[in-house]
Design a protein around this ligand. Structure first.
Ligand code: MEV
Length: 298
């Protein structure tokens, strides 16, 4: 009788992301300042028939069964681009999901890698998956997820990395899911209805992104914080904030943060703050919010 050695799972990883400045305007070609959150998603691949298991969500997707579920459609987009090897995948999130930290892009990139995709094919598969989940993504999330590091992203130029010391951030969760698809649609509506004003805000945000990038490179976190707070005002005017985000920003500033803003799609999700990390984290916790700390580095 022959014995078969148990197959050791192969691990595939992908980063989450944090946008310091420039979400939403980045969809329209403006730059955003963003960094990777290391190993946001890990996928274990074992011999199998293509099942995707996400134990944290109590979800199993069987690609042989037709499904209209968003996640099943996103997975199908990735599989359609891969010569799908005979593996089952088990996915673990190491960051809060639905929070603006790029969990869906990290999921797509890690799953694509587990199915043997890389380079342009992986980017295309991740973009297709993100389009199912978010509508009209800029591509920032999966680009940062694939590349890692820290830098300026534009739709046309990808990610240009930035030389800077590791940047410590405090990240707090509003407790409400982010609404990237809805908020991106709302900005598109504002752009159609109040074109000049909205374009003016995009240009103002772009100036803040440039200022913020310089500030990060110089380690001038006070200046970065001021740019973040100003960016938050524009995001409020673009109707992508919400009362919980604004309350968390106010708490952070009262606790001594140099600046705070929403990060990602908005409408919920996470708030980031820079400066006086410990008092900000304590103040958020005391107000009942979940808090993480993260260091963004090249
Ligand atoms: C992405 O995390 C946040 C948005 O800028 C949308 C996008 O870039 O696709 C709002």
């Amino acid at each position: 009788m022959s014995t078969v050695a148990p197959m050791t799972p192969r691990q595939h990883r992908a980063h989450g992301k944090v946008i310091l400045l420039g979400e939403h305007s980045v969809v329209y070609g403006h730059p955003a300042l963003a960094g990777a959150l290391a190993d946001g998603v890990i996928v274990d691949a074992t011999a199998g028939r293509g099942l995707l298991r996400i134990p944290q969500w109590d979800v199993v997707i069987d690609p042989t069964v037709d499904s209209d579920a968003t996640l099943a459609r996103a997975y199908a987009e990735i599989r359609a681009r891969a010569v799908a090897p005979a593996v089952d995948l088990t996915l673990t999130f190491n960051l809060p999901t639905g929070a603006g930290l790029g969990s869906s892009a990290a999921m797509a990139v890690a799953v694509g890698r587990a199915l043997g995709l890389e380079g342009a094919m992986l980017a295309d598969a991740a973009m297709a998956s993100e389009t199912v989940i978010h509508g009209t993504p800029s591509g920032l999330d999966h680009t940062v997820s694939m590349a890692g590091g820290f830098g300026l992203f534009t739709r046309s130029g990808g990610l240009a990395s930035l030389k800077a010391a590791p940047l410590p951030l405090v990240i707090g969760h509003t407790g409400k899911a982010r609404d990237t698809k809805g908020r991106v649609a709302r900005v598109a509506q504002l752009l159609a209805e109040r074109s000049d004003e909205t374009r003016g805000r995009f240009a103002a945000i772009e100036a803040l992104v440039q200022r913020g990038a310089g500030a990060v490179a110089r380690g001038s976190y006070g200046e970065l914080g001021a740019a973040m707070t100003e960016n938050q005002r524009h995001l409020e005017a673009l109707d992508v904030s919400c009362p919980e985000i604004e309350r968390m920003c106010a708490i952070a500033r009262d606790a001594g943060a140099f600046g705070a803003k929403l990060t990602g799609g908005g409408g919920g999700g996470c708030v980031i703050a820079v400066g006086n990390d410990r008092p900000v984290a304590d103040a958020w916790r005391a107000a009942g919010y979940e808090v993480f700390s993260a260091t963004v580095s090249a």
